[in-house]
Design a protein around this ligand. Structure first.
Ligand SMILES: Cc1cc2nc3c(=O)[nH]c(=O)nc-3n(C[C@H](O)[C@H](O)[C@H](O)COP(=O)(O)OP(=O)(O)OC[C@H]3O[C@@H](n4cnc5c(N)ncnc54)[C@H](O)[C@@H]3O)c2cc1C
Ligand SMILES: *[C@@H]1O[C@H](CO)[C@@H](O)[C@H](O)[C@H]1NC(C)=O
Ligand SMILES: *[C@@H]1O[C@H](CO)[C@@H](O)[C@H](O)[C@H]1NC(C)=O
Ligand SMILES: *[C@@H]1O[C@H](CO)[C@@H](O)[C@H](O)[C@H]1NC(C)=O
Ligand SMILES: *[C@@H]1O[C@H](CO)[C@@H](O)[C@H](O)[C@H]1NC(C)=O
Ligand SMILES: *[C@@H]1O[C@H](CO)[C@@H](O)[C@H](O)[C@H]1NC(C)=O
Ligand SMILES: *[C@@H]1O[C@H](CO)[C@@H](O)[C@H](O)[C@H]1NC(C)=O
Length: 590
């Protein structure tokens, strides 16, 4: 026993210096054992001679009831398996900091999310190709949506409760179980909901996962119906394969930064990690480093490693490896506001009811396309020109084209105590959000300490049109509860007609929206897959520009918002990423 305890980092340094030979080395190192990272780890380690390491800051949550229990969505929020991030002050919303949640666990955010499985709209995925990403469109992603999925066909009773699907849109042989829980609310309420939407011109969509989301649907979820537990990325992609000798998971281990090879080219040599006991060491990557820490963290890891905006890196004295001003930019998130209502009776079941509408459905006129130039310059100025107005203008034109073609820009959902964690069982919640905001924000390091959180600034309501759409969705949702089918069944609790009367002005609606919204927990775009000229960070093989062997695979790479929820598309993207990596392994020698 030593008479004194050396500081853990000193100990690490001495171990490091004296035992180079004992440095663990792997073919691929994946930073982040989350939703996307575990898909890549699972698929790469199918090949027995490929060694894969996963670095995960959290622990296993295999038997944590806050994760497994289908009726406990929101229980995990604010506990130790939630990173509990927050945004910077939201000045365009007149608000302070907004809470951001993220799973800190093996399985990542899929262990704490709402389990909704709704894919993107076809035209949105096609837009990834339109901005120049070769090989990315709906047609080429659909096989991966299906590859990932193990759809569980609903029972007759579930079908009567509103479950529906189009067989040709689903895969049944994948690893991820998708379907309906036995706790789905049965009885006639679902028919009343459908009838109420029909009054407003919104028809039933028998399956929102076929590339067209518009309409009312009873959504499918990532769950294991027979086991009655959540299906997260670890349950689907890791635990069944955890005995593979070539798959190594480092739990409670933080990835600090990428370590570079001493070379004129930009080649990762490995990753610096901090173990649970505080020891700092290095894992060596023989082939590639794959960054999958999520859209709120992956850009920070790139910046700490020397990849990013030179102005930001120099502020922290980080040696520049690749100047890439798009790192951390293009952050897009949706504002979520909610109405709660007291129903005449208790609902003992899950309502998985979603409705998607276009701008025409919510009776909003698309402004003239001449607004786009102004929006682009407004956003560019707000983000210190990190993305030039000319790039934003190009991106906005594509987004605008989607809206003008009627791609849904509004989603409104209904849930009960069972799926929203609302408290008394007679309370119903209607949450809604704008799907494709024009506002853009950023995620950047605020320190050189990898344990400290980055600055997250989604710039909610920077573009006025976003607020206009959110207000229209709020009114549309209220209208739904005010049809002959619904009136009399419920009483609005919040905001309530006293706070926001029927004749409320748009200004009053706007104040309510800005004062009460939260993040919809769909942040993406912070290492966008698009050309370097546009401000992209990864190419169409998800490789970071300017580097030989670093990729990003997670929500950071999605260049635009989508009308579904993110995980379905992330599982598909990560499946495709694993194939791209395997393909490149055959074709390229480092
Ligand atoms: C409250 C909430 C509800 C949601 N509801 C839904 C829903 O119903 N349906 C849906 O489809 N989507 C939903 N989402 C969104 C969806 O779950 C996420 O977009 C998705 O899971 C993100 O996947 P990812 O692979 O990008 O990152 P993550 O799954 O977050 O994975 C990142 C992983 O990296 C780890 N990590 C981070 N930094 C480090 C580091 N430095 N070192 C080591 N490890 C690190 C994290 O711990 C985490 O495990 C919800 C999100 C939230 C927060
Ligand atoms: C589950 O969540 C509750 C709070 O919602 C918390 O008190 C409890 O400790 C959590 N359980 C675990 C195992 O983390
Ligand atoms: C409705 O759901 C309840 C609770 O899950 C169940 O006990 C009941 O059998 C269901 N009724 C029908 C007709 O399926
Ligand atoms: C800290 O943990 C790492 C990883 O488990 C281990 O290799 C190392 O020996 C530990 N160091 C100390 C000082 O306990
Ligand atoms: C804005 O960008 C310039 C040029 O890169 C830089 O010098 C300045 O520090 C940046 N300002 C902020 C607030 O980031
Ligand atoms: C509600 O449904 C659950 C099963 O989903 C059942 O265990 C419970 O008894 C039901 N409660 C009431 C009040 O019907
Ligand atoms: C709405 O109606 C109330 C009562 O009828 C009235 O006092 C109020 O001024 C009206 N508000 C607006 C904005 O018209």
């Amino acid at each position: 026993m030593l008479p004194w305890s050396p500081h853990p980092s000193l100990l690490a340094l001495s171990l490091f210096a004296s035992s180079q030979a004992s440095i663990l080395s792997f073919d691929y190192i994946i930073i982040g054992g989350g939703t996307s990272g575990l898909v890549v780890a699972s698929r790469l380690s199918e090949v027995s001679h490929i060694n894969v390491a996963v670095i995960e800051a959290g622990d296993s949550v295999f038997s944590n009831p806050n994760v497994t229990d289908l009726n406990k969505f929101t229980a995990a929020l604010g506990t130790e398996i939630d990173w509990q991030y927050e945004s910077t002050e939201q000045k365009y919303a007149g608000r302070g900091k907004i809470a951001y949640h993220g799973g800190k666990a093996l399985g990542g955010t899929s262990t704490i999310n709402g389990m909704t499985y709704i894919r993107a709209e076809k035209a949105q995925i096609d837009s990834w190709g339109i901005i120049g990403n070769r090989g990315w469109n709906w047609e080429s992603l659909l096989p991966y949506y299906e590859k990932s999925e193990q759809f569980v066909v609903p029972t007759v009773a579930q079908t009567e409760a509103g479950a529906s699907y189009v067989p040709s849109d689903h895969g049944e042989k994948g690893l991820l179980k998708v379907g309906y829980s036995y706790g789905l609310l049965n009885g006639s309420f679902v028919d009343e909901v459908e009838a109420s939407w029909s009054t407003l011109g919104i028809s039933h969509n028998p399956d929102s996962n076929g590339g067209h989301v518009r309409g009312f649907t009873v959504w499918q979820s990532t769950l294991d119906r027979e086991a009655n537990v959540r299906e997260d990325a670890a349950r689907a992609y890791y635990y069944p394969f955890q005995s593979r000798p070539n798959l190594h998971v480092f739990l409670k281990t933080t990835a600090n930064k990428i370590i570079w090879k001493d070379s004129t080219e930009i080649i990762a040599d490995g990753v610096e990690i901090t173990s649970a006991n505080g020891t700092v060491s290095m894992l060596k990557a023989k082939k590639e480093v794959i960054v999958s820490a999520g859209s709120l963290r992956s850009p920070a890891i790139l910046e700490l490693s020397g990849i990013g905006n030179p102005g930001i890196l120099s502020k922290y004295g980080i040696p520049l490896k690749v100047p890439l001003p798009g790192v951390g930019e293009n952050l897009q998130d949706q504002p979520n506001t909610a109405i709660t209502l007291q129903a005449q009776r208790a609902f003992n079941g899950t309502m998985a009811y979603a409705t998607f509408g276009s701008l025409a459905d919510i009776r909003i006129n698309l402004p003239s396309s001449s607004s786009l130039k102004l929006w682009a310059s407004t956003v560019s100025a707000a983000i210190n020109s990190s993305l030039p107005a000319t790039s934003l203008y190009q991106l906005f034109q594509i987004q605008y084209a989607l809206l003008s073609r009627g791609v849904p820009d509004a989603e409104t959902i209904i849930g009960t105590t069972m799926n929203f964690g609302l408290g008394p069982s007679g309370v119903v919640g209607s949450a809604f959000w704008l799907l494709m905001p024009f506002s853009r924000g950023s995620v950047h390091i605020a320190s050189t300490d990898p344990k400290l959180y980055p600055d997250i600034n989604p710039n909610f309501f920077l573009v006025d049109f976003d607020l206009e759409v959110q207000i229209a969705i709020a009114k549309w949702t209220r209208e739904f509860w005010d049809t002959d089918h619904m009136r009399g069944m419920v009483t609005e609790l919040s905001p309530g007609f006293e706070a926001l009367p029927r004749n409320a002005t748009d200004e009053e609606w706007g104040d309510w929206v800005k004062g009460s919204f939260s993040s919809n927990s769909h942040p993406l775009g912070t290492a966008s897959m698009m050309s370097r000229e546009l401000g992209g960070v990864v190419d169409s093989r998800l490789k970071v520009y300017g580097t030989k062997n670093i990729r990003v695979v997670d929500a950071s790479v999605m260049p635009f918002q989508v009308s579904g929820h993110l995980t379905s598309t992330l599982y598909a993207m990560a499946e495709k990423a694993a194939d791209l990596i395997k393909e490149d392994l055959l074709n390229v020698k480092l």
